[in-house]
Design a protein around this ligand. Structure first.
Ligand SMILES: Cc1cc2nc3c(=O)[nH]c(=O)nc-3n(C[C@H](O)[C@H](O)[C@H](O)COP(=O)(O)O)c2cc1C
Length: 441
């Protein structure tokens, strides 16, 4: 029977075990201290035995496409080369480090972030097609801003695919072990796969998933062109089963299976199937309404910058409360989807989303639902959680999916857990030595 401690390979890259840290925003931006920030975020996971670490989303272009404040751009040779010490420090512990790269296209932050929009008045938002009517309708409400929109030409999409390849080349040179594509969470890949957004009749459109996978194939080819053979490429893949009524024509489970097959045919080395909305919403990271975060005095002036007015802030806060109620955080909510995908492809299938207990991980692996299991928010709550998961009988993480980590991030705050009860408990566990080897490793 497969166990969490068993090794596994992704392409030619061997992982020591099957526990991974799912991508989370490190908010390192393009700060001169980015390497230190990344190391501070990722090294504790590596030092405590996490087999695979996905660095959070990074942008492949110099401008636009930004989905959150603080997102790192990997368009610049010298900036990416400067990350090398962090990469080495993380790898020294035996972990494999993959960097996630992406582009937000129509879901970029100028649609919701008032301050960012005002600071970038000339920003063009590149969409892959004319937006659906309900999204355009939202631009006439205070919920979203109306972007200055341009539908990407075939040439622009082909050029963007090349930017992905160039970014991968820089990351390869900096020593990263692989690439993770931001294929879901309403990114450009999801927009191209989704009939909600892609009604194109040219080479990037079509009725079948295979036709709508052209951009993915071009990205993989570009990555291969800029890296050495075998450099692994993985991706998240979306299932839009949570799309609201107006977006009914969404990607269903069968489409996700087709996407997985298209990924495998394109040479992708592992897939991470996730249930998400057609637009950016709470279905990605399900959990409680983050009351503490909304009321936190430290972030109120930053929230004012994001929302532009207190009544818009109240409106978005109310919608956040409704979404938290509407979207149930079932344990391991992507497990059945992963299992279905795994039956259809030969590449490893990675499962994340609401996985919180060691016994759950063992069960998912034993049932054949996936080949590796990941967690995201628990690594904010306990950056050294891997030690407990790998060594403590019956381990359960402290993270309660309260989502207090999520809201400050829209205002550019650091990606950390700030929930007082969890912080206190983590301190207790640290005093008890529950994150370390007995010799203090
Ligand atoms: C604050 C935050 C930031 C995230 N950043 C990313 C990201 O950069 N890229 C990505 O693919 N997913 C991102 N995710 C989604 C996670 O990788 C993960 O799929 C999700 O949180 C569910 O896993 P969990 O229940 O273990 O947290 C983020 C989630 C949260 C809460």
């Amino acid at each position: 029977m497969v166990s969490l401690e068993d090794p596994i390979s992704i392409g030619p890259v061997a992982l020591d075990n099957r526990l991974y840290r799912a991508p989370l925003l490190e908010c390192a931006a393009n700060d001169p201290d980015a390497a230190d920030i990344l190391q501070r975020h990722l090294e504790p996971a590596a030092a405590t035995g996490t087999g695979l670490i996905f660095q959070g989303a990074c942008l492949v272009t110099a401008e636009g496409g930004r989905t959150a404040p603080g997102l790192t751009r990997v368009h610049d040779d010298s900036f990416v080369a400067g990350l090398e010490p962090a990469v080495e420090a993380i790898q020294d512990h035996g972990a494999q480090l993959f960097c996630q790269i992406g582009h937000g296209a129509l879901q970029s932050m100028e649609l919701w972030h008032t301050g960012y929009r005002e600071a970038h008045p000339d920003l063009t938002t590149y969409a892959i097609d004319d937006p659906p009517w309900w999204l355009r309708a939202l631009w006439h409400t205070p919920i979203l801003h109306r972007p200055d929109l341009e539908v990407m030409s075939e040439h622009r999409l082909a050029t963007l695919a090349e930017r992905f390849g160039e970014a991968a080349g820089r990351l390869y040179e900096a020593g990263y072990d692989g690439i993770h594509l931001a294929g879901a969470n309403a990114s450009i890949f999801q927009q191209l796969w989704s009939p909600v957004f892609n009604g194109r009749s040219d080479a990037y459109g079509g009725d079948s998933i295979d036709e709508r996978s052209r951009f993915l194939r071009e990205v993989v080819t570009a990555i291969r062109d800029h890296t050495e053979p075998g450099f692994p490429v993985t991706t998240k893949i979306p299932c839009e089963s949570e799309a609201p009524g107006v977006a009914r024509q969404a990607l269903d489970e069968q489409d996700t299976v087709q996407i997985a097959k298209a990924c495998q045919a394109a040479g992708i080395d592992a897939v991470v199937p996730v249930r998400v909305g057609a637009t950016r919403d709470q279905s990605v990271a399900r959990g409680r309404f983050p009351d503490i975060a909304w009321n936190d005095d430290r972030f109120q002036s930053d929230y004012d910058d994001v929302f532009g007015s207190s009544w818009r802030k109240r409106l978005i806060r109310g919608l956040n409360r409704l979404a938290a109620k509407a979207i149930e955080p079932e344990p391991a909510w992507n497990a059945d989807l992963c299992k279905r995908v795994r039956e259809a492809v030969d590449v490893p299938v990675l499962c994340e989303g609401g996985i919180r207990e060691r016994s759950q991980m063992d069960q998912l692996l034993a049932e054949g639902a996936c080949d590796a299991v990941g967690m995201a928010r628990p690594f904010y709550a306990e950056p050294r959680i891997a030690h407990r998961i790998l060594h403590e009988a019956g381990a359960r993480v402290l993270c309660e999916s309260c989502n207090n980590c999520t809201i400050p991030q829209i205002a550019g705050a650091d990606g950390v857990c700030r929930t007082p009860t969890i912080m206190a408990q983590r301190g207790e566990y640290a005093k008890q030595g529950r994150y370390d080897e007995p010799d203090g490793d």
